[in-house]
Design a protein around this ligand. Structure first.
Ligand SMILES: Cc1cc2nc3c(=O)[nH]c(=O)nc-3n(C[C@H](O)[C@H](O)[C@H](O)COP(=O)(O)OP(=O)(O)OC[C@H]3O[C@@H](n4cnc5c(N)ncnc54)[C@H](O)[C@@H]3O)c2cc1C
Length: 400
């Protein structure tokens, strides 16, 4: 029986593993962390991600996993509403939803563990790849253990060790921000509608929404030209100064619950090659995405579906040989790459809008002063960009 090794049990690796074991394929899934409680994991699922979950028969899992729907998107510039859009954006569509990733991953692994052909190796980082006759044939763990495989799938995220050890280059794309992440009790707002606010005040900007736990999540944009050292900042004070009055009051009342900031370095890029013989890269390992409009997990699910569509028929065919497996890997890239390129373009366009406001006081003044006149135009152009980021660019249909 064919042996697949998947490195990394984030959304890409865990879901790919489940799709393969469900079809009788032997999978060893290797995860470096001892548990899923990483400091930070993205939570936002767009309708395309929810649709992917439904296609894979996993949507029902959400009933037992902490999650919150987003009810609206609102942009505030210098305390004035620029525009607001209610969810769902599409007629009869789905709401964008925040889902606890640790709970989700644990539920996926639990399902996979019901199959005898699944093995989960947790708390063991992969250190290197093994090769034989110009083909990747397994991985080496930090402990020195070697694991042989017919196919290795690298799903070990943006700083992929497997990618580096296999000598596959990542072309970095322009990205001008890092994110500081905070949580804050939502208090009386815990039962209110869940609006995703983008709050811009002078050169400062942050996003605010209620995450899956019901707490507020705050993502503050750090720019290269910021004239302060974020480690020295009194963040409660700075957030209060940047917030509209209702939020400033809330932060003052709940400031003891404000967590220390976590710095999330953003890396955006793409590999020209998603595979070499014996190795396939998926998810952030091959196309690290920016956090803008919560695309990464959605793209991870869609990568997993397309990979399973191509690999399952081959692995189920006892006649299939390694050359046929390697040929299928480039078909996965061909099918997925156009969507990833487009999504990265759209994220860059959103970023360019934010930079325009960050860099030019005159633009901020104009947008605020003439907000009533420009509102329909900027709302329409924002909505146009969201369509593909919410629904996906290409058709992804799960075959099993
Ligand atoms: C600030 C920020 C906010 C974001 N918010 C969202 C959001 O709301 N919604 C969204 O869709 N996307 C979001 N993203 C993007 C999203 O987090 C990623 O695109 C997504 O997690 C990619 O999934 P993945 O499984 O490919 O990689 P990861 O989630 O990074 O998972 C990789 C896994 O591999 C493991 N690993 C790493 N190295 C090794 C090794 N050597 N051996 C074994 N295991 C290893 C890691 O421990 C990890 O569990 C955000 C990104 C950032 C930076």
């Amino acid at each position: 029986m064919v042996q697949v090794v998947i490195v990394g049990a984030g959304p890409t690796g865990a879901v790919t593993a489940l799709l393969l074991v469900r079809q009788g394929i032997k999978v060893k899934l290797i995860e470096a962390s001892r548990d899923f409680k990483r400091q930070f994991r993205g939570e936002g699922l767009m309708p395309s991600g929810l649709d992917a979950l439904e296609q894979m028969g996993l949507l029902e899992l959400l009933a037992d996993i902490p999650h919150q729907t987003i009810d609206a998107w609102e942009f505030l510039l210098s305390q004035k509403q620029l525009f607001r859009v209610e969810e769902p954006l599409e007629t009869n569509g789905r709401h964008c939803t925040t889902v606890s990733q640790p709970h989700f991953l644990a539920a996926i692994i639990k399902q996979a563990e019901t199959y005898s052909q699944f093995e989960f190796i947790q708390g063991e980082p992969v250190q290197d790849v093994l090769s034989s006759s110009d083909r990747i044939c397994g991985v080496k763990l930090g402990s020195g253990t070697e694991i042989i495989a017919d196919l290795v799938i690298a799903a070990d995220g943006r700083n992929s060790v497997v990618r580096k050890k296999a000598g596959i280059d990542l072309t970095k794309l322009r990205n001008n921000i890092d994110i500081l992440w905070f949580k804050l009790d939502s208090g009386a707002f815990s039962a209110a509608e869940n609006t995703f606010y983008s709050i811009i005040q002078g050169q400062d900007a942050f996003g605010l929404f209620r995450g899956s736990s019901g707490q507020f999540h705050l993502g503050w944009g750090l720019h290269g030209d910021d004239n302060y050292d974020w480690k020295q900042v009194d963040w409660a004070e700075k957030l209060i100064a940047t917030s509209p009055p209702w939020l400033a009051k809330h932060i003052k009342e709940h400031q003891t619950s404000l967590t220390k900031p976590i710095l999330l370095s953003v890396l955006v890029g793409r590999c020209d090659r998603w595979s070499i013989p014996g190795l396939l890269l998926l998810g952030d390992a091959v196309h690290p995405l920016s956090p803008i409009r919560a695309q990464g997990i959605n793209m991870a699910f869609r990568d997993a579906i397309v990979a399973a569509n191509h690999l399952v028929p081959l692995f189920s065919n006892s006649e299939a040989n390694l050359t046929q497996i390697d040929a299928a890997l480039s078909l996965i890239q061909q099918e997925r790459e156009p969507e990833i390129i487009r999504i990265q373009e759209l994220q860059a366009q959103e970023m360019a809008q934010a930079e325009l406001l960050h860099n030019h006081a005159f633009v901020r003044w104009g947008a605020k002063t003439f907000s009533t006149i420009i509102r329909p135009g900027i709302r329409a152009s924002w909505l146009k960009r969201q369509r593909q980021m919410r629904q996906g660019v290409t058709e992804v249909l799960f075959k099993f």
